[in-house]
Write a protein that binds this ligand. Structure first.
Ligand code: UGA
Length: 441
């Protein structure tokens, strides 16, 4: 890679910050990472990566010489003109995005004609305009501002950074926008260069649309359960239409994570604050909340009540390949099972540590088989590969009951049934008969 690539600063060393830092270091930039969390910075300096993200540790190690970690913003300012902001924007009680960490960065910036803030954190549309106003009020009008939203998915973040579907750059047509476009050039991705408010909205609208797609297919799944259709076949048939596409049509027990629930809420609030009631998103959120709870109804139906019943949860993280437990469906599920008097044992290959601080009243197993021991029912919550490769005859032997609820439609239903177990997925009413004739898939 060319050594002439612009150095950058990255403020905030969470998922987005670390992946951005590792990615741009890989493309040849010197990267100055800043975080107010001194312990985190000390760990990063020692080569420890505080989050689980496949490939991240290796990429940081490979580019260690170009990566610098500090708690002092001055270090980044001294070396880089472009400062990527990747701090948290968690939801407030009102559902609006909490911008206090973003505001703290703006406060900390000195007056300068040389520097630009590049916003990676997901912020409400309109934030850029407000930031520019704050710069003016604080006599920092020379600072440039660019919106450059991030579209990476946890679990495949490095791949998403290196091969983005698009790069979105929202700016006022100044040097900073040009510099960000230049930085992304080696990735050869379609570029959407636009105004700041539109770039901010692209991010929120994309997440809200994907979440809508999931709630939509979940409702179709629920109708399939009533009518005898199989939602997997329905999604396959729908997805072949180019205008619909096959992705994000996997029915299950609801979406979670640090982004969809927060961003859907934030967009709904943003609209509401401007006097517009975003009715569709209200339903997307409600459908998702109900979806997390539908497993309880299925367990109750099959087990005739839950008091004293042993339930094994396979997976806890909000999706596979991450230890992230934020808004995971397992949080609602385990709390409801507890409240209904069930005895819950859970196993997750990496999220146990995170889960222990969030979930109470359940036990943690060291393997799927340990979780399933004497269980009346097994519920697949997160579709880790480890669960897809299980020998269901072994699972059946260790269980005392025979019920398997596949919350992600990810298991081989025939293999589960062949082990003498009762299989129930999400929206798989006609699954049995179609499986027989559907080999042409
Ligand atoms: C999401 C977006 O996909 C990214 O583009 C975006 O950059 C990111 O949010 C963000 O704003 O930072 P992420 O939260 O990592 O990424 O996870 P996804 O893979 O999108 O999955 C979100 C949830 O939807 C998971 O709970 C997953 O199990 C669920 N899901 C996903 C379904 O239930 N069905 C599907 O078909 C797809």
């Amino acid at each position: 890679m060319s050594s002439a690539r612009a150095p950058i600063g990255v403020i905030g060393t969470g998922y987005v910050g670390l992946v951005t830092a590792a990615g741009f270091a890989e493309l040849g930039s010197e990267v100055w990472c800043v975080d107010i969390d001194a312990e985190k910075i000390a760990r990063l300096r020692a080569g420890e990566v505080p989050i689980y993200e496949p490939g991240l540790e290796e990429l940081l190690a490979k580019n260690a010489e170009r990566l610098h970690f500090s708690t002092d913003l001055a270090d980044a300012l001294a070396h880089a003109r472009l400062l990527f902001v990747a701090v948290g924007t968690p939801p407030t009680y009102s559902g609006d995005a909490d911008l206090s960490a973003v505001n703290a960065v703006i406060e900390a910036m000195p007056a300068s004609d040389e520097h630009a803030l590049i916003m990676k954190s997901t912020v409400p549309s309109g934030t850029g305009v407000a930031v520019k106003r704050m710069f003016d009020e604080q006599d920092k009008g020379g600072l440039a501002y660019v919106s450059c939203p991030e579209f990476l998915k946890e679990g495949s973040a490095i791949k998403d950074f290196m091969h983005p579907d698009r790069v979105v750059v929202g700016d006022v047509g100044d040097w900073a926008g040009d510099a960000v476009v230049e930085l992304y050039k080696p990735l050869d991705a379609p570029l959407v260069r636009t105004d700041i408010a539109s770039a901010e909205m692209v991010k929120l609208a994309s997440n809200a649309f994907l979440a809508t797609k999931i709630s939509f297919i979940n409702e179709i799944a629920n109708v399939c359960e009533e009518t005898g259709a199989d939602v997997v076949e329905v999604a396959r048939g729908m997805g072949l239409d180019d205008r619909i596409g096959p992705k994000f049509l996997q029915a299950g027990i609801g979406f979670g994570g640090s982004c969809f629930p927060k961003d859907v809420d934030a967009l709904k609030q943003l609209a509401g604050n401007s006097g517009y009631h975003f009715q569709l998103l209200t339903s997307v959120i409600e459908v998702n909340e109900l979806q997390k709870r539908r497993v309880i109804g299925k367990l109750q139906k099959h087990l005739s009540g839950l008091v004293g019943k042993r339930i094994a949860l396979f997976g806890l993280a909000f999706k596979p390949n991450t230890d992230d437990m934020r808004e995971a469906s397992s949080l609602v599920l385990s709390a409801r099972l507890n409240a209904d008097g069930a005895i819950v044992a859970a196993y997750d290959p990496v999220a146990e540590e995170q889960a222990r601080s969030l979930v109470s009243g359940i036990s943690f197993a060291a393997s799927p088989m340990e979780a399933a021991r004497d269980a009346d029912a097994v519920v697949l919550v997160t579709e880790w590969d480890e669960f897809l490769e299980l020998d269901w005859k072994d699972v059946a032997e260790t269980m005392s009951g025979n019920l398997v609820i596949d919350g992600r439609n990810a298991l081989d239903a025939d293999a589960v049934r062949a082990a003498g177990l009762v299989y129930e997925g999400v929206g798989r009413g006609g699954q049995r008969s179609i499986a027989k004739s559907g080999a042409q898939a």
